[in-house]
Design a protein around this ligand. Structure first.
Ligand SMILES: Nc1nc2c(ncn2[C@@H]2O[C@H](COP(=O)(O)OP(=O)(O)OP(=O)(O)O)[C@@H](O)[C@H]2O)c(=O)[nH]1
Ligand SMILES: [Zn+2]
Length: 373
């Protein structure tokens, strides 16, 4: 991989977000690149000399088989190791500064909760998480519960959450009320109306990328994520309204997840709409979304108040007084339950993992004649 002065590789890398801190993590004999897209066992990366498709090294594949979190994902900085004939392999994923991780989804589900305790990283090393929620979706208004869930995950990612209420041109009346309701659902988070049709909010969204910052856009299918990314990039970079040729049902959906450099600076990651997004391991993501309720709870008579029927409950009093929507209280219960369930699953998974490792060690000891039960 030559980096002639003409191609000014370092300049190119810095526009992709490369920093000295990252340079310190780069293993000897490798060169850096940023993942623009992943598919089975290979990634498209942006290196100093342009895009390339690279396969995963054996050690990356092994790590990923052990824990899917270790799989390269869009936004990752990776180390490429040169191979013969000018090819190279993806030899390592550099430590992630931030990561948006959702709980794994499996077939078994319990009480409406599903997951196997494993996570999937949807995007890494972003500074901002845009939570895109349509103001109108079919006949429904913006889903506040979905916003709360995605913002909790966004806080947990380590990046700054920003809510974008999209397609506001479809909304005649009451937009200001809706925006106020959304703002109340995510205290401390900036909320902006966006209409690509009217060209509203696009510049505000672009402003978050100033200084080679990276943002990811997450939200349900049809939220207008790709349309917004196109407007920000000023060109048709994502396929929108793509008709599925095979069955002709006319469903449009983004099939590729991509890291897109924005003219004028910054990068944006588009993601396919996800129907159900489970919580992953939570530290304070849920607490931050419900900071207002946490604050109210400090005023409950009992310090272990469950806010269900206890006397002197300040949370229930706020619901009674119409200061706290009951919907929001229910949403808090639900996300707390899910976070606790996920934590329990993670514990089970870790224990199982340890047992597996012990069994392997015992097997090997036996093989080498070191272990006699
Ligand atoms: N009225 C209106 N329609 C919009 C706006 N933005 C996007 N749309 C339309 O909404 C539909 C979905 O837009 P997309 O950009 O494909 O949505 P997406 O969120 O990327 O969807 P997935 O790729 O399935 O996740 C398309 O028909 C767009 O033309 C907007 O600001 N106003
Ligand atoms: Zn209480």
């Amino acid at each position: 991989m030559s980096s002639s002065p003409r191609s000014s590789g370092l300049f190119r890398l810095s526009t992709l977000g490369w920093t000295d801190a990252l340079a310190a993590e780069l293993p000897a004999g490798t060169v850096p690149a940023r993942v623009a897209r992943v598919d089975r066992g290979a990634a498209e990366v942006l290196a100093d000399d342009g895009p390339r498709r690279v396969r995963y090294s054996a050690s990356v594949r092994r790590a990923a088989a052990h824990d899917p979190i270790a799989l390269p994902c869009v936004g990752d900085w990776v180390a490429l190791r040169p191979l013969p004939e000018g090819r190279c392999e993806l030899a390592a994923v550099l430590p992630r500064r931030t990561a948006f991780t959702r709980g794994g989804v499996s077939r078994d589900s319990l009480d409406g909760l599903s997951g196997d305790g494993q996570g999937q990283v949807l995007a890494a090393n972003m500074d901002v998480v845009f939570v895109a929620e349509p103001s109108m979706h079919a006949t429904d208004f913006a889903d506040l519960g979905r916003i709360e869930r995605l913002v909790a995950l966004a806080w947990e990612s380590g990046a700054q959450p920003v809510v974008l209420i999209t397609k506001t041109d479809l909304f005649d009346d009451g937009l200001a009320d809706l925006l106020a309701e959304v703002a109340a659902a995510v205290p401390g988070v900036e909320v902006h109306p966006v209409s690509v049709v009217r060209g509203e909010g696009v510049e505000i969204a672009r402003g978050y990328l100033a200084g080679s910052r990276t943002a990811v856009v997450l939200g349900p299918s049809g939220a207008g994520k790709s349309t917004l990314v196109n407007a920000m990039a000023g060109e048709e970079v994502m396929e929108t309204q793509r008709v599925r040729a095979a069955d002709g049902r006319g469903r449009h959906t983004t099939v590729r997840r991509e890291l897109i450099p924005i003219p004028g600076g910054g990068l944006i990651i588009d993601t396919p709409g996800i129907r159900r997004i489970g919580l992953y391991e939570m530290t304070d993501g849920v607490d931050r979304v419900f900071a207002d309720i946490e604050e109210l709870a400090a005023g409950c008579r009992f310090s272990d108040c469950g806010h269900r029927r206890e006397p002197g409950c300040a949370v229930l009093a706020a619901v009674e007084a119409g200061e706290l929507p009951e919907r929001r209280l229910e949403s808090w219960y639900k996300l707390q339950r899910e976070a606790a369930w996920m934590a329990a699953r993670t514990d089970v998974r870790l224990r199982r993992e340890q047992t597996r490792q012990w069994k392997r060690i015992h097997r090997e000891m036996r093989r080498f004649g070191l272990y006699r039960p």
